[in-house]
Design a protein around this ligand. Structure first.
Ligand code: HSE
Length: 348
């Protein structure tokens, strides 16, 4: 059985949820044909912990709030990200830090250091893929390792790898999606007459919203995901700023209730379409969809993507687009892809 050693960079909700999966579901990994061992954890608050023989996850998961790795064997109060990423014995760097959507940092640097050190990277951060996807993928190829980021779009719900593998024989003419759970939840709440502000406060309470919910409401979160989809699915070379973006901030409860009365539902739609000349146009904007549209019935915080294909027509995938365990599953699916690639399986 192959054992992969992991370095967890960032120990917030998502990497903690991955650590819980590893702690609680060893049978699941056995069935997959590999075993996972965490050899390093770094975190802004906790510092860093490096134990090549494997960290006791039950112990670190039980540390009280405000604790530090300082004083533990291999522990330090400093995160020491670069040193850990470059020099630890990890085969796979699991990047899930709190990262700026504007410049993608610190995730972009973490990904670069790991790839340069010949380590596979799996990440849920959107910034590296949306801002530097081609550069980082080519750096990964140069070093013979994988750069996987399934969780950047729709958390663990399969979208990117599904498109790359299962839709490979189709001509995909375009892709449309509800890619932000907060805005979809908010629009749904507004159908019941709630104001935008009240609905956003509810979404924050439920943990869907970004730390800065203007990224959800103003469309910039979707813009990053559309850039990734356009590049990965349609082979475009778009930057987030190439995606014309309008959020839902100017939609009123009146608009939403009136549309509902006419059989239409307002949704924040991210889309990328191949034009006649072969170029790809990408937008984010609120649209009042007719009832028969494949995305009209997607309610609450659920996300969905509809691929417009030549041989199958529309193919729609829906599922969670956020959540700690749901996003941790994306990391596991990326690790499965790394395993498949190192074993030469078709699932890579
Ligand atoms: N805030 C995002 C959402 C989370 O509401 O969908 C995932 O990017």
């Amino acid at each position: 059985m192959t054992t992969y050693s992991l370095a967890l960079i960032g120990f917030g909700g998502v990497n903690r949820a991955l650590a819980e999966l590893i702690r609680d579901h060893s049978g699941r990994f056995e069935a997959l044909g590999f075993d996972l061992k965490v050899v390093a954890i770094t975190d802004l608050g906790l510092g860093s912990l490096v134990q090549a023989e494997g960290i006791d996850l039950a112990h670190v998961l039980a540390l009280p709030r405000g604790a530090s790795f300082e004083g533990m064997p291999g522990g330090s109060a400093e995160p020491r990200n670069e040193e850990v990423i470059r020099n630890s014995t990890a085969d796979i760097v699991v990047e899930a830090t709190f990262t700026s959507p504007v410049d993608g940092e610190p995730a972009v640097s973490h990904v670069r250091w790991a790839l340069e050190a010949g380590k596979h990277v799996v990440t849920t951060n959107k910034g590296p893929a949306a801002l530097y996807g081609e550069e980082l993928s080519s750096l990964a190829r140069k070093h013979g390792v994988r750069f996987e980021f399934e969780g950047a779009v729709m958390s663990g719900t399969p979208v990117l790898r599904l498109a790359r593998q299962m839709l490979a024989g189709l001509e995909v003419k375009g892709v449309q999606g509800i890619l932000n759970g907060t805005s979809n939840y908010v629009l749904g709440q507004m159908e019941t007459g709630l104001s935008l502000g009240q609905a956003v406060a509810d979404a924050q309470e439920l943990g869907y919203a970004e730390a800065d919910p203007t990224a959800d409401i103003g469309g910039s979160d979707v813009r990053l995901k559309v850039a990734i989809l356009a590049n990965e699915v349609l082979g475009a070379d778009l930057k987030p700023e190439d995606v014309t973006t309008t959020g839902i901030q100017d939609i009123t409860p009146d608009d939403v209730v009136r549309a509902l009365g006419e059989g239409r539902r307002w949704k924040l739609i991210g889309q990328a379409t191949r034009l006649e000349d072969g170029s790809v146009e990408a937008t984010v904007s609120p649209l009042a969809l007719p009832a028969g549209h494949p995305l009209a019935g997607i309610s609450g915080a659920t996300n969905a993507v509809a691929f417009d294909t030549d041989l199958l027509g529309p193919v729609t995938v829906s599922g969670p687009g956020a959540g700690r365990t749901e996003t941790a599953y994306a990391l596991l699916s990326d690790i499965i892809a790394v395993d498949a690639s190192t074993k030469g399986s078709v699932h890579a």
